[in-house]
Design a binder for this molecule. Structure first.
Ligand code: AHM
Ligand code: MG
Length: 334
């Protein structure tokens, strides 16, 4: 029988890639994996909400039913709090950074930025959703509470990042800067098993993913790029293929495996677009680069942008290098 590698084994094996590793990062990654299993369980019974109890009603234990995104947020925060290796958390669900001010967390080395359940409008219609996470070393003084500034670091300082996709199967994909690896959850035994080692973007892609309903508001360069996608691709003799789920994790996951660019441009109405730099774009950009691709805001490498605030937005283009370079070329030209 083929030797199976679990996420926990893999994380421990790879700890050696960091000569000074103390095991703290491994523990955080492991805790995220455990929280993801709880979220997986809830996501998979989302359709039963009407039968098992809606938000605002009591469940069988007398506990309040929570919306899934609130549930996911609580799971990840509780796991990170309990682990003791995390000093602060920024989450899409929380206006302010959560500073875990207690004697153990104040000595923790890491801070985490998460989008606990991205694409949550897809929950009710049984379409893939995801969690995005990213881990930095804190810069503030050890022994004292962490600060918001610990989370406002450029992506080049990322220590680890990844996502969980709750799709036809649940997968956890992550990088610590030594390639990208994917693990599929076997729900029967509750283990993430290495299923996609060393994920790399194909050199050539022919998928583009963008919400084209915003077309009239897009910059001329983006319109021109989309026009380019509509023309015959010499290698396939047909135009590029449109695929857009509206769930960034799912769109990016597919594009990474099959070869495609994901675009969320700024518009006349929203020049910075929709996606959040800290906990949506930067973690995905780290994954992109580790998979041999690129991620850009149209002119700058996402990982080099210094964030000013936790919830700031950014235009976002991610895919195989050649495709991202192409949109950058259009943007330079216009
Ligand atoms: P959310 O954080 O509110 O879930 O929004 C982020 C999601 C992404 O997953 C997805 O790519 C995008 O919003 C879709 O937005 P739109 O409906 O404008 O195309
Ligand atoms: Mg989101």
């Amino acid at each position: 029988m083929k030797q199976l590698v679990t996420l926990t084994e893999f994380i421990i094996d790879r700890q050696g890639e960091f000569p000074t590793a103390s095991g703290d990062l491994s523990r955080i990654l492991n805790d995220i994996g455990i929280a993801a299993k709880f979220v997986h369980r809830e996501v998979n019974k989302a359709g039963l909400a009407d039968i098992l109890g809606l938000e605002g009603t009591d469940n069988i234990q007398g506990e309040q039913q929570k919306k899934l995104d609130v549930y996911a947020n609580n799971q990840f925060i509780s796991a990170l709090k309990a682990g003791g290796q995390c000093a602060a958390i920024a989450s899409e669900e929380n206006e302010e950074v959560i500073i875990l001010d207690n004697p153990i967390s104040n000595k923790a080395k890491y801070v985490v930025a998460i989008d606990p359940l991205d694409g949550s409008s897809n929950i009710e219609v049984n379409v893939s959703i995801g969690t995005i996470f990213s881990i930095y070393k804190r810069k503030s003084e050890f022994g004292k509470p962490a600060e918001e500034g610990d989370l406002l670091q450029p992506g080049i300082d990322l220590v680890a990042a990844g996502y969980v996709i709750y799709g036809s199967s649940t997968m956890l994909v992550y990088t610590t800067g030594h390639g990208v690896n994917g693990f599929t959850l076997d729900p029967s035994v509750g283990l993430f098993i290495l299923s996609h080692p060393d994920i790399r973007y194909p050199d050539h892609g022919n998928i583009y993913s963008v919400n084209e309903s915003n077309h009239i508001y897009f910059p001329e360069a983006v319109k021109a790029f989309i026009q380019f996608c509509h023309e015959d691709d010499p290698s396939t003799k047909r135009p590029y293929i449109t695929r857009y789920i509206g769930s960034m994790v799912a769109d990016i996951h597919r594009n990474m495996l099959l070869g495609g660019i994901f675009l969320y441009p700024g518009t006349i109405k929203k020049p910075q677009g929709k996606l959040r730099l800290l906990y949506e774009c930067k973690p995905m950009a780290f994954i992109a680069e580790q998979a041999g691709g690129k991620a850009s805001d149209g002119s700058r490498r996402i990982l080099e942008i210094h964030p000013d605030s936790v919830h700031q937005r950014s235009p976002f283009y991610m895919g195989p290098s050649a495709m991202v370079e192409k949109i950058e070329e259009f943007i330079r030209f216009f």
